[in-house]
Ligand binder design. Structure first.
Ligand SMILES: [Zn+2]
Ligand SMILES: [Zn+2]
Length: 358
């Protein structure tokens, strides 16, 4: 028995050694690359054409801080074949491409507000959706200021865009799809809503949330047939999420892990980094804790709560435990931490919520 075991271990060792040596031979490297590249390139893109469902794909569940696990705020919404993003955070375009999203399907971006972490990926979204075969201008919806975001990004990328057409031709980079258009709107008061899109089975309405000192910070309620998703944008705990998020199938709520952030603020103060400590302290006053978001989802009678805009990054496992402390006491089920690559599908005409990773 002992001899058989030694023989087996010896065989495995020889095989591993052969593989390691083989991978140093140029001809073998070429074969490995060719097979790998073919496998990756031949993989089917994600199908966003489902005519009977509302689908969310999380392309960025982080905030403004560098986080290798999470891109900046970015969520794709596919509704009966129409495809939009909610915010275009840092790294969102790269995450979409990693997830094999057909970028040319993206027709617009709904902005919750114009903080940098929510807008800074726009240039990459505009270019890659254009390269992906977008048919018309990319349309930006959001608060006043979104016109400048559209025109400024268009101007800033003007030399790049011209070079793309010159280099690859107008058949690849269709000139009519180059523009970035905008539709800004104001939600007059906290009791008001603005209908942003009302076309066929799709209805998008915006409402005010509290994210001082910004005057215009919006949440969105997105309805497709009988299914509903509500996005909080950035906000403190706000009763408007209860009111306008009522009976949502999915509530996507921003969160800040307050215990984690306060520990980090303490460490910054202890090491003399008072400016960063002040910025984080100010930031902690305009966001929502996980427990508060859970209570909001309960009051709104939301079926599934997904935490989004997860701040601060959580490189240590214990931070996730600390982040979730107290949540199960107020909401024992129907709550989850969002992650990049999460897909949630809501088939019309049912109560089903299909959750999985791409
Ligand atoms: Zn933010
Ligand atoms: Zn913000």
């Amino acid at each position: 028995m002992k001899r058989v075991l030694l023989y087996g271990v010896g065989t495995i060792f020889i095989l591993v050694a052969l593989v390691v040596i083989g991978l140093r031979i140029p001809a073998v490297q070429d074969i490995v690359l060719e097979r790998g590249a073919t496998a990756v390139i031949a993989a089917e893109p994600v199908d966003l054409s489902d005519p009977d469902g509302l689908t969310l794909i999380f392309c960025g569940t982080g905030g403004p801080f560098p986080d290798p696990e999470r891109a900046g705020p970015c969520t794709l919404v596919a509704a009966g074949g129409r495809v939009f993003l909610v915010d275009s955070g840092t790294g969102g375009a790269q995450r979409l491409q990693q997830l094999r999203i057909p970028m040319g399907k993206i027709e617009g971006v709904l902005y919750t507000h114009l903080h940098s972490d929510h807008i800074s990926g726009l240039g990459d979204i505009a270019l890659n959706s254009w390269a992906g075969g977008r048919k018309g201008p990319l349309t930006l919806y959001g608060p006043p200021g979104v016109e400048g975001l559209a025109s400024g990004t268009f101007d800033a990328f003007g030399i790049d865009s011209k070079s793309r057409i010159d280099h690859h031709g107008a058949e690849v980079f269709a000139p009519q799809a180059q523009p970035i258009s905008s539709k800004s709107f104001v939600v007059p008061g906290r009791d008001d809503t603005v209908t942003v899109i009302d076309e066929g089975d799709l209805k998008v309405t915006a409402f005010k949330v509290d994210h001082v000192p910004l005057e215009n910070a919006y949440g969105y309620r997105i309805e497709f047939r009988d299914r509903t998703v509500v996005f909080s944008g950035d906000t403190v705990r706000d009763q408007n999420m209860v009111r306008f998020g009522a009976d949502a199938d999915v509530m996507v709520h921003e969160v800040m892990g307050m215990a984690n952030i306060h520990t980090i603020i303490g460490a910054l103060r202890d090491t003399g980094q008072s400016t960063t400590a002040k910025i984080l302290t100010d930031a902690s006053e305009v966001h929502t804790s996980p427990v508060d978001a859970a209570e909001v989802a309960n009051e709104a009678n939301a079926a599934l709560l997904i935490y989004n805009h997860i701040v601060p990054p959580m490189p240590l496992g214990v931070m996730e435990d600390i982040f979730m402390r107290g949540v199960s006491d107020v909401r024992s089920e129907g709550v989850m931490l969002g992650y990049d690559g999460l897909r949630v599908r809501l088939p019309a005409g049912s109560d089903e919520i299909e959750v999985g990773a791409l």
